[in-house]
Design a protein around this ligand. Structure first.
Ligand SMILES: [Zn+2]
Length: 210
């Protein structure tokens, strides 16, 4: 399987930002952590990166074409969100309207790692670091999570034939979540969630066993 990992945005400042946090830099850093974890898993996966560093800025609208040229079987676009309401927090997975089985499984597995209500977040909105579930659990994660949405994002809409998801990993405007986003444990957990999503896709395609 070929996975196109899109490290959202480009130069620092081209995405959203908060004190001590820059979305463009973070998506590259966490995305490369995830890439290394995926490669280290020894799965039959080839990971293609959308950009090599913090200086390159391929337009978001070109990334679908790059994924198609790479022969990608799955596109994962990494982002972090901001909100005018600082109380909002939590990850959101997006796929195109009419998305298929692979996107459903990938989004559900990623959310299962980050956003299980009552488990991943406490009553103050503070994320817990939870153990990553086994591969078998990923494959049966609930698809009807409230944080799974359909929308035709710019980066998604030019290559509708490739299964494609966009992950908003949290809201940098929530001070509690920001603390987690910039922490090393938060970064590792986010990378592991991306790895788990890829694992779920491989399971679903029958390319690895339980
Ligand atoms: Zn973004």
């Amino acid at each position: 399987m070929i996975v196109f990992l899109d490290y959202g945005h480009g130069k620092p400042g081209s995405g959203c930002s908060a004190p001590g946090f820059d979305e463009a830099t973070d998506s590259l850093d966490v995305g490369q952590l995830a890439r290394n974890a995926i490669i280290g898993s020894g799965w039959p996966v080839n990971v293609i990166e959308s950009r090599p560093d913090c200086l390159s800025t391929p337009p978001l609208s070109d990334r679908g074409e790059a994924a198609r040229d790479a022969g990608a079987d799955l596109v994962i676009s990494l982002h972090t969100d901001s909100s005018p309401d600082p109380r909002e927090y939590g990850p959101i997975a997006f796929s195109m309207p009419g998305a298929g089985q692979i996107e459903r499984i990938v989004c559900a597995s990623w959310l299962a790692c980050l956003a299980r209500p009552g488990l991943a977040y406490d009553e103050h909105g503070r994320p817990h670091v939870i153990p990553i579930a086994s591969a078998g659990q990923h494959a049966v994660a609930s698809p009807d999570h409230k944080n799974w949405r359909h929308r035709a994002f710019l980066v998604l809409q030019h290559h509708t034939t490739i299964p494609c998801v966009l992950f908003e990993q949290g809201r940098c405007t929530n001070t509690i979540e920001l603390e987690w986003l910039v922490s090393s444990s938060g970064r590792v957990t986010r990378a592991e969630a991306i790895r788990s999503a890829v694992c779920a896709a491989l399971l679903s395609r029958g390319e690895i066993g339980d």
